[in-house]
Ligand binder design. Structure first.
Ligand SMILES: Cc1ncc(COP(=O)(O)O)c(C=O)c1O
Length: 451
């Protein structure tokens, strides 16, 4: 026991200490060495220490250093040391936090995390909620509650009767909705393509007047923080239209909902509390380890109706039992690391994190614009899109930036433009990281453009 844990903690400390200076992308050698894992299923025992030694020797170098300050791809957050350490302690506890009897601490911290999240995100305190793997599952869970609620109002019990022959209702989705909304809808039998697509403006915001034609209860999927532009739908206007038709408004706020935790950016999501459900990632802007997200649903009973299980040995007494509010039965205690991050940072620390990331995004945009490149979006939050030249040139610049390893940025296609995308969501990013990254991107872009 001692040997394996001494070994692993040494490796962890070394990995974290080296993160600020490592190449962000793994080297070719590290990637080639992954073939070491391609061995036959072992017949015999290998000591735990040997297993961890191999994992560290060949696994650690083949990671992308998203815990450092210069990973700007896909909206992937880092992990605060407090939440990372809490996650490690929770692994030692190995609790099933789906049932109070099997993890009093896991369930307690789930409840506290949910209460604190509602407070810090300024969402209605009467709402129910659950911690899930991420925004995709949070949208799935929220939209399941929406489906239950709308069909119940039409006299249909979807949990018992299923969807065959159910009364129809419409689902409205913005043209620039994240792909995971379509995935959640398809998992729920609502059809990823059956939706009505609402036109959007140049930043990807729903044009709210397009909702004026809705005259019976529907689901309207909105977005706070477009993955490319960071733009926010006009929640106040959308919720007013929705109210008229008794529609359910769902918010995909994977990262943008965190603007509500900052007094400086809260105005962007004005009216968000008028919605019915919210999906948000915790592994993104709260900087807790993967995988962690939250679904919050104003109508707690609709959430419970959609998610509860009825086995005799799983009845809910006076206590809240998590498995009645979430798609899973057995589950890890995601609240443990969420509690640790919120306890560690407090409201001020989280607001500061959001503000710092947004400042860095603005600084990226200003510096890259001054260096002659085109910024495609209004930088309202933490997302920056850059077009360098032709699609081929931009793609080549992205490839070389990733290969160079100073920083990591991904590519995207935005309303006909091929672009590189920078997303700042890590507590670890400093002014120095931004400067190093701007210099590397500029050097590589000029090389490509001059060829
Ligand atoms: C706007 C938006 N919605 C949903 C998601 C999906 O989140 P997850 O991968 O945590 O399920 C993302 C991920 O980047 C996102 O940016």
């Amino acid at each position: 026991m001692d040997k394996v844990f001494d070994r692993v903690f040494d490796s962890i400390k070394k990995y974290i200490a080296n993160a600020p200076d490592r190449n962000v992308a793994p080297t070719k050698e590290a990637l080639d060495n992954l073939s070491t894992f391609e061995e036959a299923l072992p017949e015999k025992y290998t000591s735990a220490e040997e297993v961890i030694k191999m994992l560290d020797e060949y696994g650690s170098p083949a990671t992308v250093t998203s815990t450092g300050g210069r990973f700007f791809g896909f909206v992937i957050g880092s992990a605060f040391p407090s939440s990372m350490a809490a996650n490690m302690l929770a692994a030692a506890w190995d609790q099933n936090s789906g049932i109070k009897a099997s993890s009093p601490i896991g369930v307690k911290l789930d409840e506290i995390a949910l209460e604190w999240l509602k407070q810090i995100l300024h969402l209605p305190m009467e709402s129910g909620g659950t911690l899930v793997t991420g925004t995709t599952m949070a949208s799935f869970t929220s939209l399941a509650a929406a489906r239950t609620s709308i069909l119940k109002r039409k006299g249909w019990d979807v949990e018992k009767q299923g969807l065959f022959n159910a009364p129809e209702f419409k689902v409205y989705v913005g043209e620039e909705a994240h792909v995971t909304i379509h995935k959640a809808l398809s998992l729920l039998g609502l059809g990823s393509e059956r939706v009505e697509r609402i036109p959007v403006d140049k930043q990807g915001r729903i044009l709210p007047d397009m909702l004026s034609e809705i005259n019976e209860p529907a689901i309207i999927c909105t977005q706070l923080g477009n993955v490319n532009t960071g733009a926010f739908d006009d929640m106040k206007a959308i919720c007013k239209w929705a109210e008229k038709s008794g529609s359910w408004v769902h918010v995909d706020g994977a990262f943008g909902l965190w603007a509500n935790a900052s007094p400086k950016y809260k105005h962007l999501s004005e009216g968000v509390e008028m919605a019915d459900s919210w999906a948000c990632d915790l592994h993104k802007w709260l900087n807790v380890p993967y995988d962690n997200g939250v679904a919050i649903v104003k109508d707690k009973q609709a959430l419970k109706d959609a998610m509860s299980m009825s086995a005799a040995y799983l009845q809910e007494g006076d206590n809240r039992e998590p498995h009645h509010y979430t798609p899973e039965a057995s589950r890890r205690g995601r609240g443990i690391e969420v509690w640790a991050a919120l306890k560690n940072q407090g409201r001020e620390g989280v607001a500061d994190l959001v503000n710092r990331c947004c400042d860095h995004a603005k600084s990226f945009a200003e510096q890259l614009k001054n260096n002659g490149f085109t910024i495609l979006n209004d930088v309202v939050l933490n997302q920056v899109m850059i077009e360098f030249g032709t699609p081929e040139q931009t793609n080549e610049i992205i490839r070389r930036v990733q290969e160079d390893g100073t920083c990591w940025c991904g590519g995207t296609l935005w309303q006909g433009h091929t672009a590189m995308r920078i997303s700042v969501v890590s507590y670890a990013t400093t002014d120095k990281d931004v400067k190093l990254s701007v210099d590397a991107i500029t050097r590589i872009a000029n090389e490509v453009l001059n060829e």
